[in-house]
Ligand binder design. Structure first.
Ligand SMILES: Nc1ncnc2c1ncn2[C@@H]1O[C@H](COP(=O)(O)OP(=O)(O)OP(=O)(O)O)[C@@H](O)[C@H]1O
Length: 333
């Protein structure tokens, strides 16, 4: 019989088995951003595709990697297909973020730049990483924290000339075999997945999106893919929407959840900028995460998180946006 053809009785038995055995496969992966988890009914769900979009430099990688670290810290395997950053660069961010999380004053926590300097030291003194990081307050604790969840975190250095959907599938399978449970899969980013050249960009993006959705169903895991914006979405003065994702209308159609990251100063309504002089600066420190699509809950939620990019993170405790946001054009002088 087709394994995808399920008797409802078997489904109910499976739910019961899962509830009785806490070690069994999870179906919801909390993101670690409590407000977002609330909106998503607990977090990222097995068998779903989430798209995380935003203009360049808005913090998509930072946000996705923070979700990855949270899952790994909770003991869940994660595989990050990284088309953009080297594994070492990501781990520099992880160590700095861990230092900021542990520090009562973020300003004194070691920055990504401090960690990079330790990773790349070329003084030939034979001093290892722990000793170098111990020169900074909290450096060793941060390294220890990352080392503790590191066994669950896999980074695949992906390239647009070689990393096809089959390669991604094989990587997910490798992690499943090694860890015994399916991982959270993060793709950074979708438009870079290698596809045959003869297809148009629209066809390529459609196939990748469908392939990633299939992957989430096949492995019963959540897949999160970062999506680049098209040129309109990149134009200054425009609030990016799901339709501005680059390549295909099928992107938003296939996805179960669509999240858009914007800088708050770019999307807040004009009157807030005009009448609250101090808030103008304050808005630059925050990113707005709009839930544009949500198959398992409310859509349209607007959350905001404080940026701490020097420490490779957002402050996980966010808040609901209280100001009015623009729909399309924003105030530009
Ligand atoms: N060490 C650092 N200190 C301060 N800011 C940094 C540092 N490294 C990166 N940034 C900034 O942090 C922001 C978020 O970077 P991130 O890679 O998460 O964004 P992104 O939306 O994924 O970008 P892209 O579209 O280029 O992939 C960027 O604007 C980047 O310039």
């Amino acid at each position: 019989m087709d394994p995808k053809l399920l008797a409802a009785r078997d489904v109910l038995e499976r739910v019961d088995r899962r509830l009785l055995d806490p070690e069994s496969d999870a179906i919801v992966w909390p993101t670690g951003f409590a407000l977002l988890d609330g909106e998503l009914g607990g977090g990222l769900r097995a068998g779903t595709l989430t798209l995380l979009a935003g203009a360049q430099g808005q913090g998509k990688t930072t946000f996705a990697f923070q979700m990855a670290r949270h899952a790994a810290r909770s003991g869940r395997p994660v595989v990050l297909l990284s088309f953009e950053l080297e594994a070492e660069t990501l781990l520099q961010k992880a160590i700095s973020a861990a230092a900021a999380e542990r520090s009562s004053s973020t300003r004194s926590a070691l920055t990504v730049q401090d960690v990079r300097a330790a990773f790349e030291a070329s003084d030939n003194t034979g001093i290892g990483l722990p000793e170098r990081l111990s020169e900074h307050p909290g450096g060793i604790d941060a390294l220890t924290a990352v080392t503790q969840y590191a066994p669950q975190l896999y980074i695949h250095r992906s390239t647009s000339t070689q990393t096809t959907l089959d390669v991604i599938r094989a990587a997910v399978k490798d992690v499943l075999v090694e860890q015994g449970v399916a991982p959270l899969v993060l793709v950074d980013y979708l438009q870079k997945v290698c596809m045959p050249d003869h297809l148009s960009e629209e066809e390529q993006v459609t196939r990748v999106t469908e392939g990633l959705k299939d992957l989430s169903i096949e492995f019963e895991c959540p897949v999160v893919a970062i999506s680049a914006s098209d040129r309109a979405g990149l134009e200054p003065g425009t609030r990016m929407r799901a339709r501005n994702m680059r390549g295909s209308t099928s992107l938003a159609y296939e996805a179960d959840v669509v999240l858009i990251l914007s800088s708050k100063s770019d999307v807040v309504a004009r009157h807030h900028l005009m009448y609250a002089a101090n808030d103008g600066a304050h808005f630059k420190e925050w990113s707005v995460l709009t839930i544009e699509k949500n198959r398992s809950g409310r859509t349209g939620g607007e959350l905001e998180f404080r940026k701490q990019f020097e420490w490779g993170r957002f402050v996980a405790e966010g808040q609901y946006v209280s100001e009015k946001l623009v729909d399309e054009r924003i105030y530009t002088e």
